[in-house]
Design a protein around this ligand. Sequence first.
Ligand SMILES: Cc1cc2nc3c(=O)[nH]c(=O)nc-3n(C[C@H](O)[C@H](O)[C@H](O)COP(=O)(O)OP(=O)(O)OC[C@H]3O[C@@H](n4cnc5c(N)ncnc54)[C@H](O)[C@@H]3O)c2cc1C
Length: 376
Amino acid sequence: MFDSTITIIGAGVIGLAIAAELSKFHENIFVLEKHSKFGQETSSRNSEVIHSGIYYPSNSLKAKLCVVGNRMLYNFCEENDINHSKCGKLVVATNKEEEAVLEKILNQSVLNGVSDGQLISQEEAYDLEPEIFCTKAIHFPSSGIIDTHGLMKKLETKAQINSVSFAYNSEIIKIEKIEGGYVITIKEDEDLFTYTTEYVINAAGLYADQIAILAGTYQPAYMIHYWKGEYFSVGNGKNKKINHLIYPVPQTNTVGLGVHATLDLNHGMKLGPDATYLSSHLLEYSVDKKKQMAFLEVARKYLPFLELDDLHPDQAGIRPKLQLPGDPVRDFIIKNEVEQGHPNFINLIGLESPGLTACLAIGKLVNSMLADNTTN
Ligand SMILES: Cc1cc2nc3c(=O)[nH]c(=O)nc-3n(C[C@H](O)[C@H](O)[C@H](O)COP(=O)(O)OP(=O)(O)OC[C@H]3O[C@@H](n4cnc5c(N)ncnc54)[C@H](O)[C@@H]3O)c2cc1C
């Protein structure tokens, strides 16, 4: 007999979405989180965009979970009164070469099952956004923004109503495999606690590879690399000049989507995030004021109304990427580690963007992986 059926490590948006979903079908679920409340790391340091799923390679988990997750998230917001806006997004070309890339983006979006993308002329784009500059654009009405904190709070509440136990200030420091399950050791302040669990779900974000090491489920392909993304907010009333998310055509050699303009639900505007590889694993969230000019130069290509003193250092987040500079794009890893001799241990590693958009779809996927296993 185990103390707990399922242990979920991490109360970011992924761990919370998994907890809310699994609690509909399973009892005796523990969520362990080292901070004093949910969402203190990457889930509170992102663009809060509900992506439509256009860029990711066909049939990748990122593409599939983003496209399905997008619809699920809008429905969830409607049903649960979570603040959001389906404001739409424009991907803008500013010259002939970029126009050619737009065609590729549109084709990829169709392959991924995104059916609402529309190639539009400069005039049509200016009807939507009179203050921008572009030569052509693609309009994706299904992109939007969400109150991520509201989403996480609702997921936590739903899980709690279904009797999930949340242990905050609880850091997992040891995981041992035993017959049919695992022994978990937690550090809470200076005290150590040990208990047994049948299933473990590793949703530890930036530390997911470290948890895999603790459990003996690590492989070299699981190594997480930190990529920082910094943002500048736009003030002086210029934040009111756009109504859609505005993205440049991504450059082929970059790991992010290029510095873009995102909106928040209070009609604030942010530029970012850029993408800087970090050689150390320190969580360092400062924003370098010296990047102000570089951000301005990139953004002015499509937001010509911007001036230097409109930009102010804002927030930063760190992406848990599986790729080093120059490496090809990697997919999410979501895997039951049966082959490594750790059945019922599910690793979720490299859950960078579009993890927020995909969170509810990921909850369903993890639930189906448990169901597969229980029927085997
Ligand atoms: C700059 C940036 C912009 C982004 N923009 C978007 C966007 O617009 N749209 C989108 O869909 N996605 C976006 N993302 C991605 C999205 O934010 C992530 O995919 C998502 O937040 C990941 O959630 P998580 O729960 O996996 O991780 P986290 O939020 O990091 O949660 C993991 C949790 O595990 C806990 N933990 C770790 N180790 C332990 C341990 N040993 N014991 C106990 N607890 C532990 C941590 O404390 C943490 O709370 C962005 C990411 C970044 C960095």
